[in-house]
Design a protein. Structure first.
Length: 160
């Protein structure tokens, strides 16, 4: 069963996007869903250190193309947190939780504060449907180049 996710564009400190992923004006889009070679991975099984080759993470998907971080990629998972069980708390609550969590985890992973970094973050969050149907509770933080260019190597301790 596909696992629907939402992808929200967070800018908690007022920084504005610079043509990064496409559809920068869209606040919410629906999504679902590392060896040496590219491999498909269920979007529900992302871990810190996974690097994602897909440039455009929009629309309904259930798989993401993972690559070794030394290979060209667009995103790197830098933090994952599971939300507590209970009724779905709502899109706005989850987006706020994800913004705060990803912002807090940014500097420890990247090695530079968000406000001065040339690296941006975004996140994957559960939708009400994935929360109810597949027990999806993960907030997944993604780091990427502010200009939308590919990265070779990890962004961990990039200090940029």
């Amino acid at each position: 069963m596909p696992s629907p996710y939402s992808r929200c564009r967070p800018f908690p400190v007022g920084r504005t996007p610079v043509a990064t992923l496409a559809a920068a004006a869209a606040a919410i889009v629906t999504m679902t869903g590392c060896g040496l070679l590219a491999a498909q991975s269920d979007v529900l099984n992302l871990d810190v250190g996974d690097c994602i080759a897909d440039q455009n993470l929009q629309g309904e998907i259930s798989d993401i193309e993972l690559v070794h971080c030394e290979d060209p990629h667009f995103f790197e998972v830098y933090a994952v947190r599971e939300l507590p069980d209970g009724p779905y708390p709502g899109d706005q609550h989850i987006a706020t939780e994800a913004d705060e969590f990803c912002y807090t985890e940014f500097a420890p992973f990247i090695g530079n504060d968000y406000e001065t970094s040339v690296i941006e973050f975004d996140h994957l969050t559960p939708t009400e449907q994935s929360w109810d149907r597949v027990n999806d509770r993960d907030l997944v933080c993604l780091a990427f180049e502010l200009d939308g260019s590919q990265v070779e190597g990890t962004l961990q301790n990039a200090n940029r």
